[in-house]
Every structure is written in C-alpha cells, then in structure tokens.
Ligand binder design. Structure first.
Ligand code: PMV
Length: 328
C-alpha cells in the first residue's frame, strides 16, 4: 500500500442517560445492557491517522504521550480496519482531547469514534454502520454512541449482536448540559476494569441487568413524548442504580467526590422547585446536569459557587463523528 494522506476526524464525548455497566463478553467487548446517551458539542476529541509503509509498528500519541495500554487498544481497532481493507501497513496516530482525559468525561468514547472515522477514511473503506460501530466498540464499549449526534441508542439484539443508532436528532429536542468539574485527575479504576469487578462481586449486579430493559424502554418513551420530567426520573434512578452496583462491588468503587454529592443535592433541590433539570454521573466525580432547552443559567449559578466545583462547562448537543480534512 502506498503512504496514505493524513486524515483528521473529530468526535464528541457522549454521556449516558441510561447507562452501560457490565459486559456479557469481555473479549468481544459486548455490553450486558443497552444504553441511551447524548453527544456533547462543547468537548472534542481530534485524531489524525496516517498509514505509512515505512513504519515497523503503529505509533500512537494521546495528548502528546505514548502509553503502551493506549497503543494496544488503538492497534486492536486498526488491525480490524487493516483486515477489512486487505492491507498490512502500520499507522501514525495523533490523538488530542480539548478536555480532561480519563476523568469520567467519556474521552475514550470520543477518541475511538474519531479514530475509526479517520482510519477508515484514510484506508478508503466504506464501512457499513454496524461494522463501524463494532470496531469502535473494541476500543471503548460506549464509543459507537459517539459516532452519532443528538441522542444515541445502543441495544442488544436477540441474535447476539449489538445495534447502535440515532434515537433523536439534536434539533428535535435541543437539551443542554452543564458539567460541574470537581476533579480532573484520572480515575483510579477504569470503567473496563470496574465493570468486571462489579459483574463478579456486586450482589446487586444481576438485579441491575434484570431491570435494565425496562429503564431503557421508559427513557425511550419519555424521549418520544419529549417528557422532560419523566426522563429526569428514570435517568436519575438508573444512574443511582449503577452507582449502587459500583459501591457494593468488592473492592468498592467510589467514583464520587464530596462535591459530586453536593451537586446532586443542589440539582434535586432545583427540580423540586420546578426547574427542568436532572443529574447524571459516570465513572468519575464530575456531575452532569441535563437541562431543558435554554435552561442552563440558574443551574450554572447554583453549581458554580459550591465548594469543590473547580470548573463549569456548558454544552449543547453535538453532531456525530466526522472527517475534518484530508491534509494531503
Ligand atoms: O465505554 P467505557 O468502557 O468507557 O464505559 C462507559 C461507562 C459509563 O460511562 C459509566 C456508562 C456509559 O454508558 O457511558
């Protein structure tokens, strides 16, 4: 294969309103449960891929650093793409995030969605949507959702496969998200490891999986009706159930900081007072407050003064992963 032109793609992180926690097949990275997410315009992962026959191995930097674990995960995705394209040539991959990495802000989801988008374009591959999602999922279980904008749904199919598709476009319900950053250090236990610990040890794991489909259906129904308060109720319930599973794992996984709980109380207080806002928290201490369209200002004002909140980011819903430029 001749040297390919460098191709750059961007993708945004997504945050789950109905969460994926646990794998039914850790090797193929198949989720035990479905999930529903929103893609965030304000945060961005940018990846440039350049296939070069002179390279003896894939060269991967993330935010300027080369980490063996990241190189392995990227190479696993590239191997599948190389197989599909019938080539063996290695690639130079430069990935950058404009937001904290590995801190519960879905950096890996955005990064792998951008990687698959850039690398498949660099190889001239026209992948079917399902294949694109499958390869992104090898890198990060939630990455297929960042291939899409607005609301994305990922669901297990009866034949054992996984479906990932847009559930609603951003313009159809332009919710906004306020992120209260409480700690930007990388998390102690990755989602990948944490899920396996929970699956093997939490006494509530089986119940989490059993009740999950009903949560997903309820959330999808509230989405169809644009019923903000119904979505709020089911999303918070599902989030707290996920954290009940993590907290009751052995060893326990406590992803929250003290300020995370303080933010939760503030958001619940605002909603009790009638404001359309609800919280969600992923495998990290940042709080995400989901707001009705145009409804962020009171939420920002209430969260920014809390001790332990170091930064506030507001975001509209974003687009899916896309190629930016061929730098040839
Ligand atoms: O895709 P991973 O391995 O980073 O796991 C994502 C896990 C959560 O963010 C906690 C939930 C989710 O559905 O995004």
């Amino acid at each position: 294969m001749p040297t390919s032109a460098p191709v750059t793609a961007i993708a945004h992180p997504n945050i789950a309103l109905i969460k994926y926690w646990g794998k039914r097949d850790p090797v193929r990275n198949l989720p035990a449960v479905g999930s529903l997410s929103v893609t965030l315009a304000a945060l961005c992962a940018r990846t440039t891929v350049h296939f070069d026959p002179d390279l003896a191995a894939d060269q991967v930097t993330l935010n300027g650093r080369e980490e063996p674990a990241t190189v392995r995960r990227v190479a696993a995705c590239l191997d599948l793409l190389r197989r599909d394209a019938g080539v063996s040539c290695h690639a130079r991959v430069i990935a950058e995030n404009d937001f904290p990495t590995g801190a519960g802000l879905a950096s890996s989801a955005a990064g792998f969605a951008a990687l698959v988008t850039a690398a498949s374009a660099a190889l001239g591959l026209r992948l079917a949507e399902a294949r694109r999602a499958e390869i992104a999922r090898i890198g990060s279980g939630s990455a297929p959702r960042s291939l899409y904008g607005g609301f994305a749904l990922m669901r297990n199919l009866p034949d054992g496969g996984v479906l990932c598709e847009p559930a609603l476009a951003a313009e159809e319900w332009p919710l906004e998200v306020v992120i209260a950053v409480t700690d930007t250090g990388p998390k102690g236990v990755s989602s990948r490891e944490g899920m396996e610990i929970s699956r093997k040890t939490s006494p509530f794991y089986a119940e989490w999986v059993r009740g999950h489909e009903a949560d997903l259906d309820a959330a999808l129904s509230s989405l169809r009706r644009r019923d903000f308060f119904a979505l709020a109720e089911i999303a918070e319930h599902n989030c707290l159930k996920m954290h009940a599973v993590t907290m009751t794992s052995r060893p326990p996984l406590l992803y929250w900081a003290p300020a995370t709980l303080a933010c939760i109380r503030v958001v619940r207080g605002l909603r009790d007072a009638g404001l359309p806002v609800f919280f969600t928290v992923d495998a990290g201490p940042q709080l995400k407050a989901v707001c009705a369209p145009g409804g962020t200002s009171e939420v920002v004002a209430a969260l920014r003064t809390l001790p332990g909140v170091t930064r506030i980011i507001t975001s509209r819903l974003g687009q899916g992963a896309r190629v930016l430029a061929s730098d040839a």
